[in-house]
Design a protein around this ligand. Structure first.
Ligand code: NAD
Length: 481
């Protein structure tokens, strides 16, 4: 059975304590590899290696750092098929999705920041009258801690490490223990690309051991975290008294607002995707669909018909639209929310149950894509993050009403608005409390834009120069002329 290894100081190594965690294939329910059950000893070794590598890496010209990142991007592209299969097996997502979205985006992240750092400039402020000039130097922090979740494993892992490394930091990173495989394969590619030893260190294991040790480490002054809101709160509690710089990308409960004047086919087709892509396990999925009353029944009927046609099956098969959810524990959580929805008065229009897939996947963790109607807009099902293939449909009458519905959760990550009325689109966009708004589209991403959530969806922004600002410390130098 394949044993994943930590990547510390340029070497692939076993955890100090010699312990391992079972790694499951969600489509078969079987253990297929072993993950290092690392602890604070491994984090300490990684932090020391990163500290030792920092002086040379931070002085390496940005152009050369960028070239190494782009070499890693090229290697990711060359290994597309093997990485995509590994991601699908580890996570349960359809192979096609991994091949067309996850892995290409991982190489884009490396390439984007490998080039962005060469265009990243700082400001100068000339003081008229006083005859002085201020200029800003942006220093890398030293060792950055990067912690990522299981839903888009390599995609989100590289989204953090690429800007951190490009900016001249060394990194101690932890992928999710639920989906560690592609980060492990990436460490092999980093060695092949000639990334100097200690610049990137990947420590595998549980969040409460490895993640917590990274956050608490006195020599890791900056933490970039993507994951659940509850974990983000725990991280903030540890980091705040140490005055660490934090970027927190957390949960969401995103509204998908459909006005009656929308482009019906586009709204329908895209809403299927925004509801159920990756089994609804994308933080940006629109799990609350609000439909203007005159369109409600037409949209509902067409939507349910399309959802019924989504093929749930073996993620490795070409025709599969819905793969497995990531773990048995997560499946039980999603199913418990479906039960809650029934108790809260919801009607299940389709789905609502586990699916047993024939063949090699009979013991896998599959859920039928589920559509629920008839729930109050402010019930628990409609305000808590489910993070699975479950959406609710709710009619609305007025613009004011739907803005109130959209804003009634503690989250504020993303929202989608469907309308042909340009004025209304902007008006509603500006009133919905979300960090990211899509109008007449979904998940259209320009990597230069600020990415992140409001309220319980997070603190700070990633993407573009925002991430390079986050991973550097500005220092103002004032020169009297
Ligand atoms: P999680 O919070 O359980 O885990 C995320 C990571 O944190 C994992 O690597 C985990 O091992 C680690 N971790 C757990 N406890 C820790 C601790 N005490 N200290 C440090 N690290 C710890 O989240 P998850 O279940 O892996 O991911 C799903 C969540 O991620 C959802 O809420 C989803 O909305 C969110 N998410 C947000 C975004 C975004 O950009 N805002 C993107 C993807 C996922």
């Amino acid at each position: 059975m394949k044993q994943i290894q930590n990547y510390i100081n340029g070497q692939l190594v076993a955890p100090v304590a010699g312990q391992h965690i079972d790694n499951y294939n969600p489509a078969t329910g079987e253990v297929y590899s072993l993950i290092p059950d690392s602890d604070e000893q491994d984090v300490e070794r990684a932090a020391q290696a990163a500290q030792a590598a920092f002086p040379a890496w931070s002085k390496t010209p940005a152009e050369k750092r960028g070239r190494i990142l782009m070499h890693i991007a090229d290697l990711i592209d060359q290994h597309l098929d093997c990485l995509a299969e590994a991601e699908s097996v580890d996570n349960g997502k359809p192979l096609k999705l991994a091949r067309t979205v996850d892995i290409p985006r991982a190489s884009s992240n490396m390439r984007f920041y490998g080039t962005a750092i060469q265009h990243f400039a700082s400001e100068a402020h000339y003081m008229e009258g006083t005859e002085a000039i201020n200029y800003t130097v942006r220093h890398p922090h030293g060792v950055a801690g990067c912690i990522s979740p299981w839903n888009l494993p390599l995609y989100l892992f590289t989204w953090k490490i690429a800007p951190a490394l490009a900016a001249g930091n060394c990194v101690v990173a932890k992928p999710s223990e639920v989906t560690p495989m592609t980060a492990y394969l990436l460490s092999e590619l980093c060695i092949e690309a000639g990334l100097p030893a200690g610049v990137l260190n990947i420590v595998h294991g549980y969040g409460h051991k490895v993640g917590a040790a990274i956050v608490a480490h006195s020599e890791v002054p900056v933490i970039s975290f993507t994951g659940g809101t509850k974990t983000g709160r725990a991280i903030a509690a540890t980091a705040a008294p140490m005055f660490k710089k934090l970027s927190l990308e957390l949960g969401g409960k995103n509204p998908n607002i459909i006005f009656a004047d929308c482009d019906f086919n586009n709204a329908l087709h895209t809403s299927i995707h925004s509801s159920f892509a990756n089994q609804g396990q994308i933080c940006l999925c629109g799990s609350r669909i609000f439909i203007e009353l005159p369109l409600y029944e037409t949209f509902r009927d067409a939507f349910v018909e399309k959802v019924k046609a989504l093929t749930v099956g073996d993620p490795l098969e070409e025709g599969t639209k819905q793969g497995a959810v990531v773990s048995e524990q997560h499946m039980q959580k999603v199913l418990s929310y479906i039960e809650l929805a029934k108790q809260e008065g919801g009607t299940i229009l389709t789905g609502g149950h586990q699916v047993q897939v024939e063949g090699r996947c009979t013991k896998g963790w599959f859920i039928a894509p589920t559509v629920i109607e008839g729930l109050p807009y402010n019930c628990r099902t409609n305000t808590e993050e489910i993070f699975g293939p479950v959406v609710t449909l709710t009619p609305f009458d007025t613009e004011e009403e739907v803005i109130q519905y959209a804003n009634c959760t503690d989250y504020g990550l993303s929202a989608t608005i469907w309308t042909h009325n340009l004025q209304r689109a902007h008006r509603v966009a500006h009133q919905v409390h979300s960090g990211i708004i899509w109008i007449n589209t979904w998940l259209l991403r320009d990597l230069r834009t600020p990415f992140g959530g409001m309220r319980n969806s997070g603190v700070g922004r990633e993407g573009g120069f925002e991430a390079l600002r986050f991973f550097t410390e500005p220092q103002n130098v004032c020169v009297k002329l």
